[in-house]
Ligand binder design. Structure first.
Ligand SMILES: [Zn+2]
Length: 475
């Protein structure tokens, strides 16, 4: 590890080396700051700065000749140490590092401390730092090229092939765009990927490569951030796109959450699930609930039960438990607390504000990456700023995805008791499950007392979401 060279060694003669790459903008301040920090360090240590060497306008990753760097390696007599702001100012390629090592003078980086290149540990550290710089330099360069290509294409999206739902110029393609929008709605309402694929195949709708749809290709389509006008690069979201969104971002976020949910079966089709597996938990030990059979499945007198997967603490007949939970959900959907909790979300304002904030955060992250690639901000500045922004992005994405799943419930607000009951009875198991997940905070099955045979109200403990997110409603 690079040690800190505090104390001792006063009276050394040192050379300061600074470099500014002008990949993007001329900015003398950058070099001034580097020099200032290096001079301060020297003063603190009681070292004498015999020389300041500066390379301007040349990026170390291009590998072009840097006059001041060459000068530094031929200084005679050699200085006692070289001071730099960050090692990547001095070397960004491993072959340059080798030359510095053979030069045999310790390097002191303001941001990292002393690198003694005369011992193996120092050399290892320097190699690691340089390898990272080289790698990052290459990556950022690739990203800058991409950004340039996109700017050059004058407001047009940079797509190598027409994506489903869009024309090449980024305008939504009638028919396909509507199908994508409907698919998101259906997915959030609990429909499986396979049944969406089947419907499209029946309608004769093909992928842009002229193939029939599968659950996997529908999934891939719906997982694409392009559909809410977010630009991605190598799988990372890199900024707002300049084309029309097919769906609002919150719908996209909730769909991603649904598709990434570990309880979701891959492929989405498969055997019909029970209402409460993956929804309810054991009130006794907190474990998940699974389905089991009493008697041989399908034979007369056999029946399905929910039981605690971990410790078998609870066991309830499925039909009885399903009825109890359904009644509670219907009661909640007709209660004033439900209207309170979900009617507010009719107001699109918070969602719009979150979308706007996300959009501007992404642009800022984008600018920051470009500045970093151009050497205008240091690595630690880059990391600090991008971490802060990214955690806010995560937070907003989470809130948005919550709003998106609310939209599956909105249709139910304002229904009469009878309408709610009819609506509920008309839903298939998947849709019921997603409605329960949207309104419920927790659903727990309790142990039956001794001698109790039937599952009743006391055995289901359901907490619903309330208008105030910090509270829950017990109906
Ligand atoms: Zn249990």
């Amino acid at each position: 590890m690079p040690g800190n060279f505090e104390g001792g060694n006063a009276g050394m003669d040192v050379v300061i080396y600074a470099r500014l790459s002008l990949d993007k903008l001329g900015n003398e301040l950058g070099v001034d700051r580097q020099l200032e920090a290096c001079r301060e360090l020297a003063a603190r240590q009681g070292w004498t700065v015999t020389r300041e060497l500066i390379d301007n306008s040349i990026s170390a990753t291009t590998g072009r000749v840097r006059p001041a760097f060459e000068k530094l390696l031929t200084l005679s007599p050699k200085p006692d140490a070289i001071i730099v702001w960050h090692l990547d100012r001095l070397v960004r390629l491993t072959r340059e590092l080798d030359r510095v090592i053979s030069y045999g003078v310790p390097v002191h980086a303001v941001t990292a401390g002393m690198l003694d290149l005369s011992n193996p540990t120092g050399i290892l550290m320097a190699n690691v730092v340089t390898a990272f710089s080289q790698f990052e330099g290459q990556q950022k360069a690739a990203r800058q090229r991409l950004a340039a290509t996109q700017r050059a294409s004058q407001g047009r999206p940079w797509w190598s092939a027409r994506p489903f739902g869009y024309e090449r110029d980024g305008t939504p393609r009638g028919g396909e765009a509507e199908a994508v929008q409907r698919a998101y709605q259906d997915l959030l309402a609990g429909r499986s990927l396979l049944s969406i694929a089947d419907e499209w195949n029946r309608q004769g709708m093909l992928t842009t490569r002229g193939r029939r749809w599968t659950g996997a290709t529908v999934r891939q389509l719906l997982m694409s951030a392009r559909n809410c006008a977010i630009r991605t690069y190598a799988g990372d979201e890199v900024g707002p796109g300049n084309w029309d969104a097919l769906v609002p971002e919150e719908i996209y976020r909730s769909a991603v959450r649904v598709l990434n949910s570990p309880t979701r079966k891959t492929g989405g089709g498969g055997p019909r699930r029970s209402l409460l597996t993956g929804v309810a938990t054991c009130a006794n030990c907190g474990g998940p609930i699974r389905t089991a059979w009493r008697g041989r499945k399908g034979e007369q007198g056999s029946y399905a039960v929910y039981e605690c997967k971990f410790k078998h603490c609870v066991s309830h007949r499925q039909d009885e438990a399903d009825t109890m939970v359904s009644e509670r959900v219907i009661r909640f959907l007709t209660a004033p607390q439900f209207a309170e909790a979900f009617e507010q979300s009719e107001d699109d304002l918070p969602a719009q504000q979150m979308r706007d904030e996300l959009g501007s955060l992404r642009s800022r992250l984008d600018d920051l990456a470009t500045d970093y690639a151009a050497g205008l901000v240091t690595r630690s500045q880059f990391l600090t700023a991008s971490q802060t922004m990214r955690s806010r992005v995560d937070e907003l994405e989470d809130q948005l995805s919550q709003l998106g799943s609310d939209s599956a419930v909105k249709g139910v607000t304002g229904m009469t008791d009878e309408q709610v009951r009819r609506h509920w009875d008309g839903l298939d198991v998947d849709r019921k499950r997603s409605l329960i997940l949207a309104v419920v905070v927790s659903c727990r099955l309790r142990q039956k007392g001794r001698g109790v045979r039937r599952t009743d109200e006391r055995h289901v403990d359901v907490l619903f979401r309330a208008g105030d997110p910090a509270k829950v409603a017990s109906i």
